[in-house]
Design a protein around this ligand. Structure first.
Ligand SMILES: [Zn+2]
Length: 300
């Protein structure tokens, strides 16, 4: 069988997407550290946090430098977190997958930007317990703008081509999470979600529409409760062991099970992001399949 000529080009752009993704991931690492502190993400150049030695360009090559340097600063030997290569390889893989799925369309750069934003949101939420407004505020109009673009230009490859559905997605996405927050406040007398989660879901609603956010919420809740329950069970087991050791101790009993040592709730943002990524690659197919079940009841 003869291979079409296009394959060399496809491979080239696939590799290029991966490399660009790794470079963007390297920049995201800077953002993860500096955005929550309100620092500039452009200046100054990256330094070792310990010895403050500026990092040379050849020691700042995504993924590779971390491996070559053996996860240590060249100057002072301070360990460098595995979070750096993780963010870089995740972003690289997502860029590659976006190109693989959407090819040479307008959708590819748009969804690469979205994927990069979601990686940033995940790691800021995991480390700082916030979701940066720097992502969600521009994300909403950008998502609506994309729906307009997709309507005008049908070959864009974008998943949502109806501006009205994009706006409805913002309202339903934000509204659903805001509702959950109020419900949690009423029943548990505690805030369930941060307002950052509300804005993140509104942003995904702008990109994926109302069906999109509904599916994302289902996926996020599924993985969120699976992980949450596991942690609660582990916590119970640990509490049990502690109780056996110090039966008379009354301290610490008021701590909530799903609270982390820092007294925060487990962040929900990363699960919303996971839902968003799954939707990006499989969402329309899942919804189409689901719709075919509910619109033809009893067809068998
Ligand atoms: Zn150093």
């Amino acid at each position: 069988m003869e291979m079409p000529n296009l394959d060399a080009l496809t491979t080239f752009f696939g590799v290029l997407s991966f490399v660009i993704g790794a470079m963007v991931g390297s920049f995201l690492n800077v953002c993860v550290h500096r955005l929550p502190q309100g620092l500039s993400v452009v200046r100054p150049r990256s330094r070792c946090p310990k010895c403050e030695n500026p990092i040379a360009w050849h020691d700042n090559i995504p993924i590779l430098s971390w491996l070559i340097l053996g996860a240590k600063c060249r100057n002072c030997g301070t360990p460098i977190s595995w979070q750096y290569p993780l963010v870089e390889s995740l972003t690289a893989a997502l860029f590659f997958l976006v190109y693989w799925k959407f090819g040479m369309t307008l959708a590819s750069p748009v969804y690469m930007l979205l994927a990069a934003s979601l990686v940033l949101v995940t790691f800021v939420d995991l480390t700082d317990w916030t979701i940066p407004n720097e992502v969600t505020f521009p994300g909403v109009p950008l998502g609506i703008g994309c729906a307009v673009m997709a309507m005008v230009y049908p070959e864009s490859g974008l998943l949502l081509a109806r501006p009205l559905w994009s706006i409805v997605g913002v309202l339903i996405g934000g509204g659903l999470l805001y509702g959950l927050d109020l419900l949690s406040l009423a029943i548990l007398k505690k805030r369930g979600m941060g307002f950052g989660d509300v804005k993140l879901m509104a942003m995904l609603g702008a990109f994926f529409g109302p069906w999109g956010v509904l599916l994302i919420l289902v996926i996020a809740s599924f993985f969120g409760s699976a992980v949450g329950l596991t942690l609660i069970l582990i916590g119970r087991a640990k509490d049990g062991a502690e109780d056996a050791g110090a039966a008379l101790s009354e301290e610490g009993d008021e701590e909530d099970d799903v609270m982390t040592p820092g007294g925060h709730y487990l962040p929900f943002g990363p699960y919303i992001v996971l839902g968003g990524i799954i939707y990006l690659f499989f969402g329309p197919e899942i919804i189409e399949r689901y719709m075919s079940y509910i619109t033809v009841p009893g067809a068998i």
